[in-house]
Design a protein around this ligand. Structure first.
Ligand code: SAM
Length: 365
């Protein structure tokens, strides 16, 4: 016991305690009758200590290591994932602190909204790993965005994520606060700066155009971010969502019949008119093709069974933001209606449509 305690860097008292509560029991015996740790016991002790160092309580650790379905390799994989996640979070936090220190050193005001902006990145640091399962370029939406970029040569992509809508034929600089999302950008993609939209680390007029796709609703202060885009670029192109239209909650059967909680997520989101005003933009609808290649929340409007798939839901933040109980209720209810034919009855008009206007809008300034 003394030797194992020394090797593991814990006290003999700790090992006695683990033994007493049945967490790690030395199962071997020496010829003289002293208890010793067999190889399996050491392996279990290593797992226990690693989970403890990650902050798990003794009861949680007991559940984790006591799960008969999890073998040593599965524990190592889980531990590795938890450690990398912790490191990514620490990196993101340090980067956010660096940005704020830089702003303070320059005497720039740091609003509470900007400070909270880093929380948007936190969401993607937590869920971003599931993004690439379904999120990719939808060529028809990309064509509309790239058309709006006009003859711009230099492009700033704010809230760039994995870069799905970055044009290949222009000089792109990306801005993305989430370390997990930055880490998933394909090799060879545009250089990416760790920052949030609310404080863009660029001089006035640095770019021909600033673009932002499916990201404004995550910003701590959307209007401040849009004004920043306007400041650093001569033109602005933003793909966002219209909550001005009366009855907008009922545009999409998913939010109308299964997930009305979607409306509360966007309760504080600025009006489309307010956002357009902030940057002097005109707006145009962005129809979603029936076979949309980018797994946006609305992408599967004509393929309802896709929403029953876990990987589809994990790649659209709405499902995480409504919480697991609401998510489970919505999915169960949709599944029942698909089985009973009720969904098909209610939505029979969709079968013949190639594209739908579900509230996506392009702001072009
Ligand atoms: C739905 S993803 C969109 C990514 C990409 N534009 C695309 O179309 O695939 C939203 C992105 O916004 C980023 N984000 C969150 N808060 C932000 C902020 N305050 N400023 C800029 N980007 C932010 C997230 O980290 C995430 O990568």
């Amino acid at each position: 016991m003394g030797r194992v305690a020394g090797l593991a860097g814990v006290s003999v008292r700790t090992l006695h305690h683990y033994d007493e509560i049945g967490l790690v029991r030395p199962s071997g015996r020496t010829a003289a009758g002293y208890r010793t740790y067999a190889a399996d016991d050491v392996e279990r002790l290593r797992e226990v200590l690693a989970y403890r160092r990650l902050g798990f309580g003794l009861r949680e650790v007991a559940e984790l290591v006591g799960d008969p379905a999890t073998d040593a390799v599965a524990h190592l994989r889980r531990l590795r994932g938890l450690l990398l996640e912790r490191r990514d979070r620490a990196d993101a936090m340090a980067a956010a602190i660096d940005r704020e220190l830089e702003s303070r050193a320059k005497g720039l005001p740091v609003t509470p909204e900007a400070q909270l902006g880093m929380l948007g990145a936190r969401l993607y640091d937590a869920i971003g790993g599931a993004y690439t399962a379904t999120r990719r370029t939808e060529p028809r939406i990309a064509a509309q965005i790239w058309d709006a970029l006009g003859d711009a040569r230099t492009v700033l992509n704010v809230g760039a994520g994995t870069g799905s809508y970055e044009p290949a034929d222009r000089h792109v600089t990306a801005v993305e606060p989430s370390v997990v999302m930055r880490g998933q950008r394909p090799a060879g993609s545009a250089p990416c700066v760790a920052a949030g939209a609310e404080i863009l680390p660029f001089d006035d007029g640095s770019f021909d155009v600033a673009m932002a796709v499916s990201t404004v609703h995550h910003w701590g202060d959307p209007l401040a971010g849009l004004r920043e885009m306007r400041r650093v670029a001569r033109r602005v192109v933003v793909l966002t969502f219209d909550t001005d239209e009366p009855g907008w909650q009922d545009r999409f059967w998913l939010t109308r019949d299964y997930l009305p909680e979607f409306a509360s997520i966007l309760a504080d989101f600025p009006s489309l008119a307010g956002m357009a005003d902030a940057i002097g933009a005109r707006t145009e609808p962005v129809p979603i093709p029936w076979d949309c290649a980018d797994g946006l929340f609305e992408a599967y409007w004509r393929r309802p069974a896709a929403y029953l798939e876990e990987h589809v839901r994990r790649a659209a933040s709405v499902w995480t933001r409504v919480g697991p109980r609401t998510e489970q209720r919505a999915v169960r209810s949709l599944s029942d209606d698909l089985d009973s034919g009720r969904w098909a009855e209610r939505n029979s008009g969709l079968a013949g449509l190639d594209a739908a206007d579900l509230g996506l809008r392009l702001l072009v300034a």
